[in-house]
Design a protein around this ligand. Structure first.
Ligand code: ADP
Length: 816
């Protein structure tokens, strides 16, 4: 056991290890969290001692429910059991803690089976007045110590975490009082003399400082964007206006991001209270859009929106203004609790699982008492943070809002919130570049205007349009000229080139595929001279390619040929857009979140089809070429028993062992099995082969069926994550193109970019967005299999095995 855990986990620390063993210093976060955190990763580095010291842990959900809480619960329970720790679940939050009895139940492996796909929380949540009083906390302490529990994982909002902190502070005194009253014995008190607490933030509002995302926010955005897409089509048919009211209490995050992802005309959030007279500016903006041919208008208002004098801005007020001043037929939709409901998104399931596992690691690593911790995510990195610093800062924002210190509140929300606000302002139908920004926190104003081209290369992917649209608008906003090249390089050669206007990209963000047109063809020795000639003919001074591995490879070819063709001595930039997530330079490509959600929903449907007494194992084949990202992440989000991928060696014995394991699992009473198989994991161990092998092994116990999802995986409308990521990439693209065009102007005012730094891929790496030179990336690329040589998500694979109850000898961890 010890050896296995050692292989899986590394201690939280200022340094962290990737699965390949390379060490890297933590980067400052893009979101500029002033809260000091420590990074936690799940790797094969040696570190942690399993606890066979009778340590017990309790986990509960509290406060408002949020989608993804079940995934966190499952991760905590299974990680704890795997690590040799007894785990109790408390039903109904603090109420269950105070009441004790059947509310505090020891959980087994199977207690958290079949819950990943459910919204809300299966252990219930409640608001509990008694816990706010010392008497209530006294009872809670008694109930915990009687069971030998002095480790708590609290999944809730800032209220719940504040309560947990207070509980910890009082712990010693509570125990002394209980001992004195004879309610606890000396040895019981001695065994639990301190209380260790780790908090996970479950809140759809995303209102907690220290973490970029809270559990449930992404799913809530799914609900909002589904509603926006529905409203858009009916509104456009009738040329109506809609006011959509979303949740968020004092935090405008949901409205802000829904505005970005849903192409709203105007957004009202508490952090940006408009000055008196906002009614006229809103009407002016909306009227301009209608004049330009937009058939509908959408205003998103956060439930806590106020004006600069702290007067509430309501949906009714906005409707009345649009009707009176513009004569629009305007309707209101208040989404309400719909936003809390429904299935958790793939992102929420995965982030919650990572956070839940990290919470247990934090408690297991504690030697004695530790200060209360919060687990958060910054960029793509799981962090361990000082809980009370996060809560205090969050509370400070609430206070600033209440006292109308909006600037202060915004400062406290952080730089990335401000950046998103500015992005929204530029993208929401503000069509006049001269209107400027009070605070130019995005790209600086250029010294000269340039002519940039944008094209898509590779298979279509969700999020491409969102990125294209945002790039085009943000470049136009800065006064540049943007050429849209249709159909990739073949379109370029066919002169399929259009000068893009502000209105030419209206509503693109909501659409899947590529509206520009995309093509897999790469430049060749034969076509390069002609491509260079076209660049010259159209005076292209910078190029952005949004696309998959072909886009990346095409850029490398162009850069390599800079010596031969001056036309290529311009800033060259790539944004990865492919469902496979196999492009070097980023941890997430556009489209992979949409694909993942489609796969995970399909797995949910398959699971459902086996409901009742049909004992089934499904083998689901996923796309991705040689990249096992989709199979791995779908396995994590779908609760699969294994995921076969190319990057991790496996043999017939491994499949055989999985089959035996499944037979055992069914005999133990479980009714469903799920295996993910990447399409190119092994040319001989095909999906049919695995299915037939399992059918044979499972005779009389289960039936095995295969499912090839094929192109369905491309998904329908892009998910909020893909739309928003597209806009984030676009913002960094504008900075990059402008900066490198400007820096490489020669004395004759010609762009002559020849340095490696002017030919990059933009991507999310760890905690921040970065432009990485193609030359550097090429060294770490397996061109034969079209994958990066190091892939961050490989370090998450042990979690699949842990959550699937694999025994020690079942663990496969050998990479190619
Ligand atoms: P959330 O956790 O979603 O912010 P609440 O603020 O309603 O939700 O808190 C949930 C529960 O946490 C409360 O019902 C109460 O039992 C407990 N709680 C909240 N704040 C405190 C506090 N200051 N002291 C003790 N318990 C608290």
């Amino acid at each position: 056991m010890q050896q296995l855990i050692s292989r899986l986990l590394s201690p939280p620390g200022r340094r962290f290890l990737y699965s390949n063993g390379r060490e890297r210093e933590p980067e400052p976060s893009e979101s500029d969290h002033p809260l000091v955190g420590e990074q936690i990763s799940f790797t094969r580095a040696p570190s942690i001692t399993p606890r066979e010291d009778g340590r017990c842990l309790a986990v509960f959900t509290s406060g408002g429910d949020a989608q993804g809480m079940n995934s966190a619960l499952r991760a905590v329970v299974r990680m704890a059991i795997f690590s040799g720790v007894r785990v109790f679940a408390v039903r109904e939050g603090y109420k269950g803690l105070v009441e004790g009895g059947k509310h505090i139940e020891e959980f087994r492996w199977a207690s958290v089976s079949n819950i990943l796909h459910k919204g809300g929380t299966v252990v219930g949540t409640a608001r509990c007045k008694e816990f706010r009083e010392r008497e209530g906390r006294l009872k809670a302490a008694e109930n915990l110590v009687q069971r030998g529990i002095n480790n708590l994982v609290v999944i809730g909002g800032d209220g719940s975490l504040t309560g947990a902190n207070l509980f910890k502070k009082e712990w010693e005194g509570l125990l002394a009082e209980l001992e004195e009253a004879g309610r606890l014995t000396r040895s019981q008190v001695e065994k639990c003399k301190y209380l260790n607490i780790v908090g996970l933030v479950g809140s759809i509002d995303n209102d907690m400082c220290g973490t970029d995302m809270t559990i449930g926010t992404d799913s809530a955005l799914h609900r909002i964007i589904e509603a926006v897409d529905c409203l858009t089509s009916t509104a456009a048919s009738h040329q109506r206006s809609f006011v959509l009211e979303v949740m968020g209490r004092h935090c405008g995050y949901l409205a802000l991001m829904a505005g970005i992802a849903g192409c709203a005309d105007a957004v009202f959030i508490p952090e940006r209270p408009p000055n008196p007279g906002w009614e006229d500016s809103m009407c002016y903006q909306i009227a301009q859009c209608r004049d330009a041919g937009r058939r509908h208008s959408l205003v998103i208002v956060s439930e806590g929106a106020v004006d600069s004098e702290n007067r509430p801005i309501t949906s009714e007020q906005i409707r009345d203004i649009l009707q009176a001043k513009l004569g629009h037929d305007t309707r209101i939709t208040v989404l309400g609790h719909v936003q809390r409901g429904g299935k958790p998104s793939a992102y929420d399931r995965i982030i919650s699982a990572r956070m839940g596992a990290a919470a247990v690691i934090t408690l297991l690593n504690a030697e004695g008492e530790i200060p209360p911790k919060m687990i958060g995510v910054q960029g793509n990195v799981i962090m361990q943070l000082p809980l009370m610093d996060c809560v205090t800062k969050t509370r400070a924002i609430d206070t600033a809002m209440k006292t109308c210190e909006f600037k202060q509140a915004l400062e406290l929300r952080g730089r990335s919130f401000k950046r998103n606000m500015e992005l929204l302002r530029r993208l929401e139908s503000c069509r006049n570049p001269e209107c400027g920004s009070e605070e130019d926190i995005l790209s600086p104003t250029p010294v000269r205007r340039f002519k940039f081209a944008i094209m898509n290369v590779g298979a279509p992917a969700a999020g491409m349009n969102s990125c294209n649209r945002a790039c085009i608008r943000l470049l136009l906003y800065k006064g540049h000229t943007v050429l849209g090249v249709g159909n990739g390089f073949s379109g370029l050669l066919d002169d399929d080139i259009t000068e893009m206007s502000w209105d030419s990209v209206t509503n693109w963000a909501a659409e899947g595929g590529s509206n520009l047109g995309t093509n897999r063809i790469k430049p060749t020795a034969h076509t390069l001279p002609e491509i260079a000639a076209k660049f010259g003919e159209h005076h292209i001074e910078g190029l952005l390619i949004v696309g998959g591995f072909e886009a990346y490879h095409s850029l490398i070819i162009l850069e390599e040929n800079r010596k031969l063709y001056t036309a290529f001595r311009i800033p060259l930039l790539g944004v990865a857009a492919t469902i496979s997530n196999n492009v070097p330079g980023t941890e997430y490509s556009l489209g992979c979140d949409t694909a993942l959600n489609t796969i995970v929903s399909s797995c949910d449907i398959l699971r459902q089809s086996a409901q009742g007494n049909r004992k089934r194992v499904f083998v689901v084949e996923t796309m991705g070429g040689y990249c096992g990202y989709l199979a791995t992440m779908a396995a994590l989000a779908g609760g699969a028993d294994a995921a076969y991928i190319f990057e991790e060696k496996f043999t017939i014995s491994d499949i055989q062992r999985d089959a035996d394991y499944l037979v055992g699992k069914f005999k133990d009473g479980l009714e469903r099995g799920l295996l993910l198989r990447n399409e190119k994991c092994n040319e001989n161990f095909t999906t049919t082969f695995i299915t037939e092998l399992l059918s044979e092994q499972g005779k009389g116990v289960f039936i095995c069926r295969d499912s090839l999802l094929g192109h369905l995986q491309q998904g329908d409308a892009p998910t909020p994550y893909d739309r928003i990521l597209g806009v984030q990439y676009a913002a960094h693209t504008v900075d990059f193109l402008q900066k490198h065009a400007q820096e490489n102007l020669n004395s004759r005012d010609k762009v002559r970019a020849e340095n490696a730094e002017s030919a990059c891929m933009i991507g999310l790496q760890g905690t921040k967005f970065q432009a990485i030179p193609l030359q550097k990336l090429a060294k770490d690329t397996d061109f034969e299999h079209r994958i990066p040589t190091h892939q961050w998500w490989m370090s998450l694979r042990p979690l699949i095995a842990i959550f699937a109850k694999h025994k020690e000898h079942d663990f496969r961890g050998e990479t190619r």
